[in-house]
Design a protein around this ligand. Structure first.
Ligand SMILES: [Mn+2]
Length: 364
């Protein structure tokens, strides 16, 4: 028999997202959590794992904590395995959010009774492993799981919170095949966008998006994992997206195609932070802002004045037109346009432009 589990992370209950209230985020999380549980029931899913940052901080009110755990308690027949999170400032920081610190909410007396419930298992540095129905679960807290694997389990599942991947320069912990192959599935939490980092390992991303993530259009959702019969084939990983959940996107409006993309956004669910726009599009933005005041944010000084617009047109002609012999590869055009426009726009402050270039190209 194959076994199916659901993998969630980063619920961030208690967070107050831009343009929305803390309550609306919380209600969205609870609604989607209930829907996910109902679906799990229908599909005969026995385990739901949650990989940290369930709560935005260790100071969230008791009521928020108990409302969350009541939902789990109600879900008879499903076993929840959860771990604490953390890492608000530095990537490898074991503080922040719902980290297992001295003042951790998981140490509160009234929370402990939930953690001892029959269908809830809380893995922590104090108790990093658990066997439930012949399945071994192992917690990793900004590190690999430290617990010895339990002999005789049908499946071994790791739950990790922290920065994992192959970008060691950025402090990521590399999960090589030797480690990954120890487990049937490695469920990760901490990064807020869905990301597969190995054949049997992925980040499920934030359950409900609640902040702007630069350069990425992050979706909300979770991951369904089907574990095969022992030794047969790899786990089948499927991301489920919530189409009606909020989106937070960055946008530049530097030409007609950008403007069209902006116009066609679904402003009922989408929050936009505009990082740069040509003055020509001021009216368009004002119009939409009047209609959806909570949904559109402009960065300071992000308007490029009209006298530069003509130059923008010329740049577009060079980049996208057929009239010149300059051919700039498609994947670099946006960057070239942004660089030239930005350079012209802040040309009175040369040091700013230098900093902009240094940031853009990662120079120190
Ligand atoms: Mn998080």
């Amino acid at each position: 028999m194959k076994m199916k589990i659901y993998h969630l992370s980063d619920l961030h209950l208690g967070a107050r997202p831009p343009g929305r209230s803390e309550i609306s985020h919380r209600q969205m999380v609870f609604t989607k959590l209930q829907e996910t549980i109902d679906k799990a029931r229908k599909e005969g899913v026995k385990f739901i794992v949650i990989c940290g940052d369930i709560f935005h901080s260790n100071a969230v009110p008791g009521r928020v904590v108990s409302d969350f755990f009541e939902i789990l308690l109600e879900a008879k027949g499903i076993h929840f395995v959860i771990i604490p999170g953390g890492g608000r400032i530095a990537e490898d920081e074991v503080f922040g959010h719902d980290a297992y610190t001295e003042d951790s909410l998981y140490r509160r007396v009234e929370v402990k009774k939930f953690l001892q419930a029959e269908n809830i298992s809380f893995l922590s540095p104090d108790e990093p492993q658990r066997v439930i129905d012949n399945v071994g679960f192992y917690g990793g807290f900004f590190d690999y799981p430290k617990a010895e694997k339990i002999v005789g389990c049908k499946y071994h599942i790791a739950l990790l919170h922290g920065s994992f991947g192959n970008n060691e320069d950025y402090g990521e912990i590399f999960l090589d095949e030797r480690i990954l192959s120890e487990y049937d599935y490695v469920a990760l939490g901490h990064y807020h966008t869905f990301k597969r980092i190995g054949r049997n390992a992925c980040y499920s991303g934030a359950f409900i998006q609640f902040e702007y993530v630069a350069g990425r259009d992050a979706t909300s959702g979770y991951v369904e994992v089907e574990l095969p019969e022992k030794g047969m084939e790899d786990a089948v990983i499927k991301r489920v997206e919530f189409q009606d959940a909020p989106r937070y996107v960055y946008m530049k409006i530097l030409g007609e195609s950008d403007a069209e993309a902006f116009r066609s956004l679904d402003f009922l669910t989408t929050h936009v932070k505009i990082s740069m726009y040509l003055e020509d599009y001021k009216d368009l933005i004002r119009e939409k802002q009047a209609e959806y005041p909570d949904k559109i944010v402009l960065l300071d000084g992000c308007c490029i004045p009209k006298d530069r617009s003509k130059i923008a047109e010329t740049i577009d002609e060079i980049l996208y037109g057929n009239s010149t012999e300059i051919i700039i590869p498609e994947e670099h055009r946006e960057e070239v346009r942004e660089t030239i426009l930005y350079g012209l726009w802040i040309s009175s402050k040369k040091s700013d432009f230098e900093n902009f270039l240094r940031n853009l190209f990662g120079l120190d």
